[in-house]
Design a protein around this ligand. Structure first.
Ligand code: 1GP
Length: 250
C-alpha cells in the first residue's frame, strides 16, 4: 500500500485505529498469514511485524506472504537493525527515547538507514517510550522505565519528539504486560502534543482495556499477545475493534 500515513490519518478523521502485532518468531509465515487474515476479518486496520529478538529471514518471509495476500498496510515494528523487508509497506522508524544506551536511541537507526533507504519503505518517524513493567523490550533496550505512577513523564518526551519532527509517539508497557499503560499517561501525552499520532500498546487483552486506551487519547491501539493466546482470532479482534469504535464515537 502506498502512503500508509495518509491511510491512518484518513481513518482517524472518523475513529481510532487498531493494529495487530505479529511476532515472526512465534509462528511460521503461513500461520502468520492465517492470523492476519482473521484479524482483518475482525476489523483490524493494519498488521505490524516485529519483536525484540526477531531474525531477518523470519521478518522477510512473513512480510512477503502477507504482501501477496492481504490489503491492509504491513508496517515493520523493528527490534533491531535486521528488521527490514522490502515486502512491507512502511516502517516505524523509531528512537527508543528512554534507553540508557545510545545504540537504541540513534545507533541502530544509523546502521540500518542504508538498508531502509534501499528497501523503499515508507518512513513513519516515531518516538518510543517504555513504561513499567517493560517486559522483554524494557530489558533488551536497557530502558530507564517510566514509573507507572508518573504519568506526565512521557508527555514531555512526546512534546520534544514533536519538536524534533517525529509524527508518531508510542507508549509501551511491554508485550504481555500484566497491566496496560495507565490511562492518565495516555491522556497527558495526547494533550501535550498538537498533531502527534499517539500509539498505545502492551498488555491490552480485552474490550475494557482497548476502550480505556482509546478513550484516554490513544489514536492507534496495538495488540499482539492476544492473537497468540486465543483460539478465535476473529472474535477476539472484533471485541477489541468494537470497543475502540465505541470509544471513538462517544
Ligand atoms: C508490544 O505493544 C505491543 O510491543 C503489544 O503488546 O503483546 O501485550 O499486546 P501485547
Amino acid at each position: 500500500m502506498k502512503d500508509v500515513e495518509a491511510y491512518i490519518k484518513n481513518i482517524l478523521k472518523e475513529r481510532k485505529v487498531h493494529f495487530t502485532l505479529i511476532d515472526p518468531d512465534e509462528q511460521t509465515p503461513e500461520e502468520a498469514l492465517n492470523i492476519a487474515t482473521e484479524a482483518i476479518e475482525g476489523g483490524t486496520d493494519g498488521i505490524m511485524i516485529g519483536g525484540s529478538t526477531v531474525d531477518n529471514v523470519g521478518v522477510d518471509e512473513t512480510c512477503k506472504i502477507l504482501s501477496e495476500n492481504i490489503a491492509v498496510p504491513i508496517i515493520i515494528f523493528p527490534g533491531n537493525t535486521s528488521s527490514v523487508s522490502k515486502y512491507a509497506d512502511a516502517i516505524f522508524f523509531m528512537s527508543y527515547l528512554n534507553s540508557n544506551n545510545p545504540y537504541w536511541i540513534i545507533g541502530a537507526q544509523a546502521l540500518a538507514s542504508p538498508a531502509v533507504k534501499k528497501s523503499g519503505l515508507e518512513i513513519l518517524p516515531m518516538g518510543y517510550m517504555v513504561a513499567e513493567p517493560g517486559g522483554t523490550v524494557g530489558w533488551v533496550g536497557e530502558a530507564k522505565l517510566v514509573p507507572r505512577n508518573k504519568p506526565k513523564i512521557p508527555a514531555v518526551y512526546a512534546m520534544a519528539s514533536e519538536f524534533l519532527g517525529m509524527r508518531f509517539f508510542y507508549i509501551e508497557a511491554g508485550s504481555g504486560a500484566d497491566q496496560p499503560i495507565p490511562p492518565e499517561m495516555v491522556a497527558y501525552t495526547k494533550r501535550a502534543t498538537d498533531d502527534m499520532i499517539v500509539v498505545v500498546g502492551g498488555g491490552i487483552r480485552d474490550a475494557k482495556a482497548a476502550y480505556t486506551a482509546a478513550k484516554a487519547g490513544g489514536d492507534i491501539i496495538v495488540t499482539g499477545t492476544v492473537v497468540e493466546e486465543t483460539t478465535d482470532v476473529k472474535a477476539k479482534i472484533q471485541e477489541l475493534t468494537g470497543a475502540i469504535k465505541k470509544a471513538s464515537i462517544e
